[in-house]
Design a protein around this ligand. Structure first.
Ligand code: GSH
Length: 217
């Protein structure tokens, strides 16, 4: 039997977790290769050939008919965009050419290029304060305030009625930050986190992470 289209290089409780959730949301055909960060399987040559930084997630794509070789996507937001566009029937992105695409693209980038660096600044303060105009993101409180205001103006998701891959990027970051105990969410974000936690695809992804897995690298 032909292998499934996608292969996710994964490690539990890492940024790869959100891609496992994504694949479940998309009902994508996939297999997992589970890496062990403590023993460094993600720094082996085969993985470094796909991502020279040796970081997870990495998603390999064998293509619609299984004929592609050496096609891999790195960076969580890029993987979200790629899968949402490759599997449009999953409805994880507004259709190309529609106005909803603007908010979608903005929020998709927001998770990794605003929320995440702002959180890193919160956790690991800099020795010197850089000029704010030289830094491409606000402080963490301002970043989260924007999410709170957007959801309060019309949820339950960032784009309103439709869940999208952007919720996966922003929502997974917020889940992580709350788990670290570094942030008390406002009412709109609290309701958002509850709605995310109830998504069947996330529940399935969490169960898969918790189960023993035969495909360890
Ligand atoms: N910008 C990347 C970050 C990936 C990343 O930092 N992954 C971490 C796991 S959470 C990793 O692989 N760390 C292992 C290491 O650096 O050795 C993304 O968003 O996908």
């Amino acid at each position: 039997m032909a292998p499934p289209r996608f292969l996710l290089h994964h490690a539990p409780r890492t940024r790869a977790s959100r891609i496992l959730w994504l694949l479940e949301e998309a009902a994508a055909p996939y297999e997992l290769v589970r890496h062990d960060l403590s023993s460094g399987t993600h720094k082996r040559p085969a993985l470094l050939a796909l991502n020279p930084f040796g970081k997870l997630p990495v998603l390999e794509d064998r293509g619609p008919d299984g004929a592609w070789q050496g096609v891999a996507v790195t960076e969580s937001a890029a993987i979200c965009a790629y899968v949402a566009d490759a599997l449009p029937a999953a409805g994880l992105a507004p259709a190309i050419g529609t106005p909803a695409r603007a908010a979608y693209a903005s929020w998709l980038a927001f998770g990794g290029s605003v929320l995440e660096p702002a959180f890193a600044d919160l956790m690991f303060p800099r020795a010197t304060t850089p000029p704010p105009q030289a830094i491409g993101w606000p402080d963490f409180a301002a970043a989260v305030a924007r999410v709170e205001a957007t959801l309060a103006a019309g949820g339950p998701w960032l784009l309103g009625a439709a869940f999208s891959a952007a919720d996966l990027m922003v929502g997974s970051m917020l889940q992580w930050v709350v788990a670290w105990g570094k942030f008390s969410p406002g009412p709109a974000v609290t309701a958002y986190l509850q709605a995310l936690a109830a998504r069947p695809a996330l529940v399935r992804a969490q169960a898969l992470e918790a189960a023993p897995h035969p495909g360890t690298a």
